[in-house]
Design a binder for this molecule. Structure first.
Ligand code: PLI
Length: 470
């Protein structure tokens, strides 16, 4: 093969190619508006990709949340919705699916992940308590703070280093956790907030060994562990691939074992679980269940629908079953790695190793001439959209927000722009188009001038903040 012959995906990874375990039955047209229109749209959106109209977007990599394509079986399930106010049969299907694959006892349905975060935070955290976790997530930490808790980052140091090639950069540093327990006392720890994979670190996984050791440490001190299971299936793929003894264990069995080390989980079903809306909370403790089930009727809906229609719960129950299929997870993560592989081969700085749901561009290394106050990751997302209509999002200074006690900006070590891949939606050709646009923006990096924030909402500012070009 000559050097000019393009390599197939399989050749790049040193084996025969694999392909997605599905074929496309229905398509949704997309189109690219002109560069002039994109410039105009970006100005009108205040240089915030969340404020763009999706009609103005060509390839939408804003998020993998609620953007998956459902299967024919899920759509068939939508027709089987039992829309009774109470006791819908679809709720019982959902409970059965969660119990089967995640293994928890009690289930409370919610409209999406943050609804479940609200319930668990209010049910468990006492004012003044600490919530240690493996890196913050925006909505998770906010709900913990609103319940009177203080989040403490106890992730391994490597997670904050985009160049570190460690296999499990999502792991909890048990020494950091041990030191916190010693300093504040086990009674002052509401629970350990464990996420797999870790979104803000680049979709990095937690090892089974780490979960096992965490359980031991927490048992010694009587501390509960709650899991953010949003992308736990993808985490299990990395365990299967990288951790000794798991190469031949199915994803479904890895998931069940991992969840078994925790006391419950909250879930944004809009990611792993392959639906466009939905969430759940699952716990083993009766008293936490009672509290959450009572609160859900105030904030979400009755405890047998929690904000979802019956048909949504049916699609979700089917989505859970499909989500643990080994071929599905492998092709999903490998599509993300295909994009990451192209960018790496062109020397574009990205978070390594490539994680489960997205390729994270390292805006700090891309724009070394911009300070964090000039919002390099926000700038990069805007430049990428203007170049090609590809929508990405900021995961840096803007997302980190302000410390609620001091009001000061938090400056995270990572200043990233996320290219998030929806599940079962885009093809390899779309990935090529995205990679080529990122390369163009990278080649023009010296011309980027940064942004200033001109409107800042109080909570979760990244969703609605507005910027102007410097
Ligand atoms: O968007 P929700 O409310 O369904 O879920 C909140 C949520 C909780 N945990 C984690 C790890 C998330 O990634 C998450 C939502 N993530 C979004 C919207 C994202 O774009 O990453």
């Amino acid at each position: 093969m000559s050097e000019k012959t393009p390599k197939t995906m399989g050749q790049q990874f040193g084996r025969r190619s694999w392909a997605e375990p599905w074929k496309i039955k229905m398509v949704e047209p997309i189109h690219m508006i002109s560069r002039e229109q994109r410039e105009q749209a970006m100005v009108e959106a205040g240089f915030n990709t969340f404020l763009l109209r999706s009609d103005d977007v060509y390839i939408d990599l804003l998020t993998d949340s609620g953007t998956s394509a459902m299967s024919d079986r899920q759509w068939a399930g939508m027709m089987l919705g039992d829309e009774a106010y109470a006791g819908s049969r679809n709720f019982y299907h959902l409970v059965e699916a969660i119990q089967t694959y995640y293994g928890y006892k009690h289930i409370v349905p919610t409209h999406q992940g943050r609804g479940a975060e609200h319930l668990i935070s209010q049910a468990v955290i006492k004012k003044g308590q600490y919530v240690p976790g493996n890196m913050y997530f925006t909505t998770t930490r906010l709900h913990q703070e609103l319940a009177g808790g203080t989040f403490v980052d106890v992730i391994v140091d490597a997670a904050h280093d985009p160049t570190s090639l460690r296999k499990f950069k999502g792991n909890i540093d048990l020494d950091k956790l041990g030191a916190l327990i010693e300093r504040v006392g086990a009674d002052q720890i509401a629970y350990v907030s464990l996420a797999g994979t870790v979104n803000m670190a680049g979709g990095q996984p937690v090892s089974m060994e780490n979960a096992r050791q965490l359980r031991e440490l927490c048992d010694k001190h009587g501390i509960l562990i709650y899991l953010d299971a949003t992308r736990m299936v993808e985490n299990c793929f990395f365990i299967q691939e990288r951790e000794e003894g798991y190469a031949h264990v199915p994803i479904a069995a890895i998931l069940k074992e991992f969840c078994g080390y925790t006391d419950g989980a909250w879930m944004s079903a809009k990611k792993d679980n392959l639906v466009n809306i939905g969430g759940w909370l699952a716990v083993n403790q009766e008293e936490v269940f009672d509290a959450a089930r009572n609160m859900v009727v105030i904030y979400e809906g009755l405890h047998t629908y929690g904000g979802m229609a019956g048909r949504d719960m049916e699609a979700l129950a089917i989505g859970i079953t499909e989500s643990v299929d080994d071929d599905h997870v492998r092709t999903r993560v490998n599509q993300v790695r295909y994009l990451g592989g192209l960018l790496t081969s062109w020397n574009v700085p990205i978070v390594q190793p490539v994680g489960g749901h997205a390729v994270f561009l390292d805006a700090k290394r891309m724009y070394p001439h911009l300070t964090q106050d000039q919002f390099p990751a926000q700038t990069l997302a805007a430049e990428l959209y203007i170049d090609s209509g590809v929508r990405s999002m900021e995961r840096g200074n803007v997302s980190a927000g302000r410390d609620p006690n001091t009001g000061n900006n938090r400056y995270p070590a990572l200043e990233l722009t996320r290219l998030t891949i929806p599940r079962r939606v885009y093809t390899q050709a779309h990935m090529d188009v995205v990679a080529e646009s990122v390369k163009t923006v990278y080649d023009n990096r010296a011309n980027a001038s940064g942004l200033k924030m001109v409107y800042e909402p109080k909570y979760l500012r990244f969703f609605q903040a507005r910027f102007e070009r410097l």
